[in-house]
Ligand binder design. Sequence first.
Ligand code: NAP
Length: 329
Amino acid sequence: MDTFNWGIIGLGRIAHKFAADLAKTPGAKLTAVASRDMDRSTEFARQYGASHCYGAYEDIIQCPDLDAVYIATPNNLHRENTLFCLAHQIPVLCEKPFSINIHEARQMVQEARTQQTFLMEAFWTRFLPTTQKMLQLIAEGQIGEILGVKADFGFKPPFEPEGRLFNPELGGGALLDIGVYPLFLSTLVLGMPTEVTAKAYIGSTGVDEDTAIILRHQNGALSHLHTTIRMGTKSEAFIYGETGTIHFHSRFHEMTSMSLLREGKRPEFFQFNQEVHGYTFEAQEVMRCVSAGLTESPGLELDYTLARMELLDEIRRQIGLSFPMENVE
Ligand SMILES: NC(=O)c1ccc[n+]([C@@H]2O[C@H](COP(=O)([O-])OP(=O)(O)OC[C@H]3O[C@@H](n4cnc5c(N)ncnc54)[C@H](OP(=O)(O)O)[C@@H]3O)[C@@H](O)[C@H]2O)c1
């Protein structure tokens, strides 16, 4: 495939960043964009050079030769948008959180498998060079057996009850928006937990604004994870091993720099100066997989996505967080 034709559904903040990164991704072309608003679609297409723009999400299938669609709508729409594209056998890269709950996630994965069409959660940090370096250091035994993970991700956005962060109708709250990052790091290096304990502060709109999570893993390691939209936190991460520590500097989820700290040795510093926001790498993974005829990424398997969705459901059960659309199903 010489040129890989991308479509985007939902033209908000992250769609702009993704489109900007696609422009710097070899072989990628933004071909089609779809919005609820035709004017926004036209302007977005003009800005990024897309040849097709639509004023309704479903119309994106009118575009010929689409190789994949990136779904960048609020959390409550991920399932609907993904199922629609998969039903038309269009490969999908769907933003995190993959869905509102495990029930939705299973439907999406089932449809991908039925249609034998590629599907991947847009967990972009999985494919960053820093993550690859971290996994390499761990595999080389540079820090020994992992004994614990500590990670926080917090910021204080303006309080907008209708916006996607605070609105339960859109699947809001800290956990699904940014809590997924500490959880991802912990489960990537330690595997799925055997025990989960979570506490939260539920704000006036009914979503979690501050959530603390402790995970116990198979080897006895503990993960201490914190996510909040109630206050700014340093947003750092540490992977503690028997013989050393990997420290991701703030803001850890962007993973642009990290240190390897070992007793009796000089600290080693790794810096990844990116000319892109970081979405290039997940886009390249999709392009590589789809071009090779794969229906999922070996680096981010759908079963791993499902396992983390189950974990999110368990945390939500413990903190008493449910969403209006779940109560009608
Ligand atoms: N990977 C990352 O680094 C990252 C970062 C931020 C967000 N995200 C994820 O990306 C998704 C979108 O986040 P965002 O920050 O781009 O949000 P945003 O700026 O609010 O944009 C979301 C877009 O979804 C569409 N939409 C459809 N129904 C909507 C509704 N009822 N209210 C608001 N928007 C609606 C709108 O696009 P149209 O008007 O064009 O239809 C809107 O522009 C979320 O799932 C979020 O978790 C990922």
